[in-house]
Design a protein around this ligand. Structure first.
Ligand code: ACM
Length: 750
């Protein structure tokens, strides 16, 4: 599809110097290009060759011509630079070489004719320990003969290198990039990803490839949730029982944690460790019961949920213990922030313990949150002694705490604003819980500081950004990538790019390409689920499995929990684990149906209809095969019915298209029967759901509705001799009133 041509045609005729007559055409097309239509065809911003940059830079100005990246390419530094940047450039050259070939040779085969095409200039390496205020800006200037990357710090330069790599285009067996000037810096300073490694452990290799993905996404904080009820994952030499008793042997050694910190720093990413306290501490108290409230813990829990075990805030020895532990961890994690968790501390253990209850009474504490605030007050000087600032979940927000703590908002946007109004800095996580299985679109549009915020500008400054959260009750190292990516890329764009960047269709176009790039750096969000599907279905034809997988997605964390009672022993190798949230099929089908139902240009409508017909036919054909395969697999017993439903839904789609095509009004009862098929497919089953049902309902309704036909003989609308637009009655009335003065169009009722 030639998007720029379409864009031109989606604008008003006069702006393009079209003849007067075609004002009618423009008028009609303007009707179809209403922003609310969400149509890909009409929303493309109209770049000559659309860039695939993600996250979108703050400012991009296209130049003339292309810079060729051939066997003469060389990149070098102007001025001083450190070893970190040398290594970053080497990684960039390797990735460029994989795309374009011969780049490593021209870079490194000394004096063999390579001429310096890319010059990097960095003012300073940046802070020895990357701070939240690190200058991450960069400027990239590409002309047809050379490229210049300038940045204030190493971190900015690394972001610029990622952008440089995304500019590469391959065509006619040659690599090049368009001439362009990019001036970029992040909107938010804190752009994080949290991974819970307690419920399911992730090996260092998984963490490191995640950091590679984060660098592509220009995320800059890895929040490492290292302890929770189900396991304590950080080696402590002072308190070895943490990992001896409470890790099932799955933990990071201190050397490994240092390795991860260094790996992250090399990519411009801070590491903020979280040791969740005073609740979510069953693993702590299995190892060191003397610091608890008297709970009798015999083993690590395998069930998930709100815990019963809490550290004892009334015991002075608890603080000595924490002082020693925080001090040890502070030496491994140099970041200024230390995450103390603080979520979901119900205080059941406190209330059940007469000594702690008496302590609460003596201090005048009415309820567990008061005791938790006391605990945090005691923790603050310990953190400060070890050079750390406190960050914690919503629940640590309490006016008795000083303003230099930071709140991570997980229970809703409101708590973030409440904190800011009281003068606390904060980051937003509530909309970015990946296990809620929301679409990229929903999370991309959720803004830490939305345009209609009620916060004043000083309060807005306290919102440092946001963090994506990946809790791990329902994933393991095989499936973690497909849970995190590519959706996190869309959220990363929200954190980085201007507030005005809200074009969902454009975001999805780039997200699909970014997903391939993420696989190229070592993530497995595409290949991992494919592998699992092959294993589930006994190495059957992957193409057929992809048809099925492209239109289903996992249910949310809570639905899965209700359906499966997921616990630590649940095998994470079912269909639900072998499909990704928000597969491209959802948006593609929605656009195609929108084009058919909401009257896109004739050519688009026909292309969309053909594609839909192909899909629906494919579903009908694939369904019985999938059903038979599912029947033979012990792990797929509930998938059979889902496969059968796919076939039935394909039939619903084909029938709807047939009615629309033949302009025939279906017999009474047809719509109800189709809606019943769709409703049946909407019920919980196999822990997955179809992603296209709202759009299919729309198609059925359109087929059943009484449409009007509009015919025009305009040359500019010539398509198969005439142009047809299908409009529901209310639209027809609008069109009639708009065009009644123009005689070249006839509007007739069907
Ligand atoms: C949380 O989700 N309990 C922070």
């Amino acid at each position: 599809m030639n998007s720029s041509a379409l864009t031109a045609k989606c604008a008003f005729g006069s702006a393009y110097g079209l003849p007067r007559r075609s004002v009618l055409l423009s008028l009609l097309l303007a009707l179809f290009c209403l922003p609310s239509s969400g149509s890909l065809w009409c929303q493309d911003v109209g770049e000559a060759a659309p860039l695939k940059l993600m996250p979108l830079p703050r400012s991009t100005e296209m130049g003339a011509g292309h810079l060729s990246l051939d066997a003469h390419f060389k990149a070098g530094f102007a001025g001083d630079h450190d070893a970190r940047l040398d290594a970053a450039l080497a990684r960039m050259i390797t990735r460029l070489d994989r795309q374009c070939g011969e780049i490593r040779r021209s870079q490194y085969a000394g004096g063999s004719g390579g001429s310096q095409v890319l010059t990097l200039k960095v003012a300073t390496p940046g802070d020895a320990v990357q701070s939240v205020d690190e200058n991450e800006s960069y400027q990239l200037m590409i002309t047809s003969t050379q490229a210049k990357l300038t940045a204030a710090t190493d971190v900015g330069a690394m972001h610029g290198m990622e952008t440089f790599l995304q500019l590469v285009t391959i065509g006619d067996a040659a690599c090049s990039m368009p001439a362009v000037t990019i001036d970029d810096e992040p909107r938010f300073r804190w752009r994080g990803l949290m991974i819970d490694v307690s419920r399911h452990f992730e090996p260092v290799s998984v963490i490191e490839r995640t950091l590679d993905g984060m660098a592509v996404a220009k995320l800059n904080v890895f929040h490492w949730h290292l302890s929770d009820d189900q396991g304590f994952r950080a080696e402590s030499k002072k308190f070895p029982r943490f990992t001896e008793a409470a890790s099932d042997g799955q933990f990071y050694t201190q050397d490994q944690m240092r390795e991860v910190v260094a790996y992250a720093r090399a990519r411009g990413i801070r590491v903020v460790p979280e040791f969740d306290m005073p609740g979510h501490t069953t693993s702590w108290l299995l190892a060191y019961p003397e610091y608890g409230s008297g709970e009798d813990i015999k083993e690590l829990p395998t069930v998930f949920g709100i815990p019963q075990a809490e550290l004892d805030p009334s015991n002075e020895k608890t603080y000595k213990f924490l002082d020693a532990f925080v001090g040890e961890m502070a030496e491994i994690f140099p970041d200024a922030y230390f995450h103390i968790g603080g979520d979901e501390t119900e205080g059941k253990g406190w209330l059940a313990n007469p000594r702690i209850s008496a302590f609460m009474q003596k201090k005048g504490f009415k309820a567990p949150p008061d005791l938790q605030a006391y605990f945090n007050q005691r923790l603050l000087p310990i953190l400060a002694k070890h050079g750390k600032k406190m960050v914690g979940w919503d629940e640590i927000l309490n006016p008795s705490l000083p303003k230099d703590i930071m709140i991570q908002s997980w229970r809703g946007e409101a708590s973030l604003s409440q904190g800011a109004v009281q003068g606390y800095s904060g980051i937003l996580s509530a909309p970015y819980y990946l296990d809620a299985q929301k679409t990229s679109e929903m999370m991309f549009l959720a803004d830490p500081v939305p345009a209609d915020t009620k916060l004043n500008s000083a309060q807005q400054q306290l919102i440092l950004g946001g963090e994506v959260c990946m809790w791990s009750e329902q994933l393991d190292s095989e499936t973690v990538d497909s849970r995190i990516w590519p959706r996190t890329m869309a959220i990363a764009e929200r954190f980085w790019s201007p507030q005005s960047d809200r074009d969902v269709a454009n975001m999805y176009r780039r997200l699909r390409l970014a997903s391939l790039e993420l696989e190229d750096v070592g993530l497995t969000q595409i290949s991992g689920p494919e592998k699992l599907r092959r294993s589930l279905f006994g190495s059957r034809d992957p193409e057929l499995l992809n048809v099925f997988a492209s239109v289903i997605e996992p249910v949310s964390f809570h639905e899965r929990y209700q359906g499966q009672h997921t616990d630590g022993f649940t095998s994470l190798d079912r269909l639900v684990d072998a499909v990704a949230a928000d597969p491209p099929g959802r948006q593609e089908i929605a656009q195609e149906i929108d084009a058919v139902v909401n009257h896109a240009r004739a050519g688009n409508r026909q292309a969309a209809e053909m594609e839909l017909r192909r899909r629906f036919t494919e579903w009908e054909q694939v369904a019985p095969v999938m059903e038979a395969w599912a029947h033979r697999s012990p792990r797929l017993s509930d998938t059979e019915a889902r496969a059968r439903q796919l076939g039935a839904l394909g039939q619903v789609g084909l029938e709807s298209l047939a009615y629309l095509d033949t302009h025939t009004v279906p017999a009474s009862g047809w719509q109800d029967a189709q809606m019943a098929v769709v409703a049946d497919a909407d019920k919980p089953l196999a822990l997955v759901r179809f992603v296209f049902l709202p759009a299919l309902r729309e198609l059925v309704q359109a087929a059943a509705a009484n449409f009007d036909e509009v015919q025009s003989e305009s040359n500019h609308l010539r398509y198969g001799g005439h142009y047809r637009i299908w409009l529901p009655p209310f639209e027809t009335a609008r069109l009639r009133s708009s065009v009644k003065a123009l005689e070249s169009i006839t509007v007739k009722s069907h």
